[in-house]
Design a protein around this ligand. Structure first.
Ligand code: FAD
Ligand code: NAI
Length: 462
């Protein structure tokens, strides 16, 4: 039996960051992980592998659509799917072994195996019971399916199966027009698959600023994805190589079927807390299966904390990381804090979509008076040169104080551009503060400045 200040259960972005921060703050730390490799969902079957396939398939798209116009002539590359998957696996390996290196560097013990908490202050891994003054649960999430659908990860798949299909399918049905459906739907569309997205609601990406969502759907449709909205999926019948999806259109209750080679079920994720022994411990859970915590990530059981996808809030790697750091600081007697009003969200399609803060719809609901500053990438020289002029930046500012309340970007590198606005919001900045900041030319970030100018006297280039 070993004795620790902190044992973190789970080595995803929440868990590994928490463990590293604990070690940096002088706490003797271990991290329990049941997978073969560290890094959790994000590094093994989530953020990183999906971005590798998005990158590779985007390169193909560029070669097929834009190279010739730039004078780069010749045959477009053909797809070696096996090689693309091994590139993706190599990227995963580099990242997961990177965490192993960081654990060694910070003297964090990796307790290999599935952990449970037999009582507060103790963590059992295999036959060994370890003592810990503090336990942090960072057990993450798993895909949630629908009734009437059996996942086999070959023909009817979650994102995990979709990241390692045996071959590129001719026809794919994606159930759910959320982040996973649109990112992986984009990958396969670019690789030549006919992708049909079936969504229960009448819009894609629910919760997103409606103007951005409409624009996004148009651009994805132009790229070849097709959308069936307002459709309630009834079930999926699958053989070894084919599947049939049945859905009802909500507007008239009419029933329809679609045949596909692969069905990707992307209808959300749910917390994963199996095997931890939480109900015996009396840890409070919400109706949605999330571990309940106070605003310093303490559960109702003294000495047990929880962070990341296993608790409430957006299921995002960077949210989990921030909670991991802050929880470690709380454990070390410092003042860990996460500003949940400034957590960016990014969809890594092409163009990318990024947002932070309030949407127009939310501001209207709150009865807030606001100004809208918008600037199209059509007016941005760099974007035009790079075949990336689709989309716009929209900044929402308080009509009285000019304080930035939200930003929504659809366009090139949106996921990077959004952070300028995040920093501004953290400092309580006004749109004018962004507008008066010199931005290098020619960069995409000039579009952010122009949107900020549009909250005031007006942009220059439109
Ligand atoms: P996880 O990353 O899920 O890690 C939890 C770990 O705990 C797992 O490794 C699990 O094996 C381990 N574990 C669980 N129970 C035990 C136990 N009892 N004992 C030992 N180990 C245990 N988010 C983004 O911000 N950006 C993205 O681009 C992005 N892309 C995504 C793409 C896909 C396809 C998916 C599925 C998700 C994506 N996400 C993305 C979401 C992101 O992966 C999660 O929000 C993030 O991984 C949550 O981190 P976590 O530490 O809470 O949990
Ligand atoms: P999601 O919540 O983003 O989208 C699910 C979609 O499925 C919604 O549009 C919903 O209306 C629809 N849906 C639900 N039930 C349905 C039904 N019966 N029939 C048809 N449609 C139905 O969930 P998703 O895409 O599975 O992603 C899970 C989580 O992973 C998200 O919370 C996301 O934050 C995270 N993630 C983040 C990424 C990023 O940050 N780039 C990338 C991928 C995942």
């Amino acid at each position: 039996m070993a004795s620790y200040d902190v044992i973190v259960i789970g080595s995803g972005p929440g868990g590994y960051v928490c463990a590293i921060r604990c070690a940096q703050l002088g706490l003797k730390t271990a991290c329990v992980e049941g997978r073969e490799t560290l890094g959790g969902t994000c590094l093994n079957v989530g953020c990183i592998p999906s971005k590798a396939l998005l990158h590779a398939s985007h390169q193909l798209h560029e070669a097929e659509h834009n190279f010739a116009e730039m004078g780069l002539k010749g045959k477009s590359p053909s797809v070696d799917w096996k090689q693309m998957l091994s590139y993706k696996d190599k990227v995963i390996g580099q990242n997961t072994s990177g965490i192993e290196f960081l654990f060694k560097k910070n003297k964090i013990d990796w307790l290999k195996g599935w952990g449970s908490i037999p009582e507060a202050g103790k963590v059992k891994v295999g036959d060994e019971v370890h003592e810990a003054k503090h336990i942090v649960i960072a057990s993450g999430s798993e895909a949630s399916s629908l009734p009437g659908i059996e996942i086999n990860e070959k023909v009817v798949v979650t994102s995990t199966g979709a990241l390692e299909l045996g071959k590129i399918p001719k026809k794919m049905v994606v159930i759910g027009a959320g982040v996973i459906g649109l990112e992986l739907g984009s990958v396969y569309t670019r690789l030549g698959t006919e992708v049909q997205v079936v969504e229960f609601l009448d819009t894609i990406t629910p919760g997103m600023d409606a103007e951005v969502s409409r624009n996004f759907q148009k651009l994805l449709t132009k790229q070849g994805l097709s959308f069936t909205l307002g459709a309630a999926v009834q079930g999926v019948e699958a053989t070894k190589t084919k599947a049939k999806v049945t859905y009802k259109l909500r507007k008239d209750d009419s029933e329809h079927t679609i045949d596909a080679d692969v069905v990707l079920v992307a209808t959300g994720r749910k917390p994963f807390t199996d095997g931890l022994g939480l109900s015996d411990l009396g840890v409070k859970m919400s109706e949605r299966g999330q571990i309940e915590t106070d605003d310093q990530w303490r559960t109702n059981v003294p000495g047990i904390y929880a962070i990341g996808d296993a608790i409430a809030g957006p299921m995002l790697a960077h949210k989990a990381e921030d909670e991991g750091m802050a929880a470690a600081e709380v454990i070390a007697g410092q003042h860990g804090h996460v500003n949940y009003d400034v957590i960016p969200g990014v969809i890594y399609t092409h163009p990318e979509v990024a947002n932070v803060g309030a949407t127009e719809e939310q501001l209207k609901d709150q009865g807030k008076k606001y100004t809208v500053g918008k600037f199209s990438f059509m007016g941005n020289g760099r974007a035009k040169a790079n075949f990336a002029a689709d989309g716009f930046v929209k900044i929402l500012a308080d009509a009285e104080t000019d304080r930035i309340l939200g930003a929504h970007i659809i366009g090139p590198m949106a996921g990077d551009l959004i952070h300028e606005v995040c920093v501004a919001m953290e400092f309580g900045a006004a749109a004018e503060d962004l507008a008066r900041t010199c931005h290098a030319h020619p960069t995409y970030s000039e579009a952010v400045r122009e949107a900020a100018l549009a909250c005031g006297d007006g942009p220059i280039h439109s």
